[in-house]
Design a binder for this molecule. Structure first.
Ligand code: ZN
Length: 177
């Protein structure tokens, strides 16, 4: 087991935190992912942080688990990681012909602050790797749509910032449409 990333101090610059987090993150992508969440959490205002808490109950919870539990509590039933569909979507609603992906902003190159980050070393390597991820996601979504599926992507940063009510409203409008 790895040591848990410590919470970034208020006075610590983001760049310093990022470098340290990156070194720790090299041990495993899951740890890096959590490190990014911790980093991001500390850049929120107190107001944003308290809003976020209504959706993110514990900081150990993976973004996908938060969405799964929100949907399950609201009565939706789904299949998980269906391998015979392009991209093995995280949540599949077969009778509705809809799928939901829960994407980490860093790995899937979201157009947000978290998604714009690059490690300080081997920048070229990471840029092309992450760009390849983004292109693969585009292809996956296209293939799903061509096969008659509708696709919703929920981003890690939305899970961090949005209230449970707002997130549920978005999911409902997609799933019940
Ligand atoms: Zn994002």
């Amino acid at each position: 087991m790895f040591a848990r990333p410590r919470v970034v101090g208020i006075g610590e610059s983001l760049r310093d935190s990022w470098s340290k987090r990156w070194v720790e993150g090299c041990v495993g992508s899951r740890l890096l992912h959590e490190g990014l969440l911790v980093l991001m959490a500390d850049s929120l205002s107190p107001e944003e942080r308290s809003q976020r808490m209504s959706l993110v109950r514990g900081k150990d919870t993976k973004p996908e688990m938060i969405i799964r539990s929100l949907l399950h509590r609201s009565g939706y039933r789904y299949r998980l990681h269906v391998r015979d569909l392009p991209g093995s979507p995280d949540l599949v609603f077969p009778s509705r012909k809809k799928v939901v992906f829960v994407h980490g902003c860093f790995w899937h190159r979201h157009a947000c602050r978290l998604g714009a980050r690059l490690p300080k070393s081997r920048v070229g390597f990471w840029r092309s790797k992450l760009e390849a991820n983004r292109r693969r996601d585009l292809r996956t979504r296209r293939r799903l749509r061509r096969a008659g599926w509708r696709v919703l992507v929920i981003w890690e940063c939305q899970i961090q910032k949005w209230t449970a009510e707002r997130m549920l409203a978005k999911l409902r409008s997609f799933l019940d449409d």
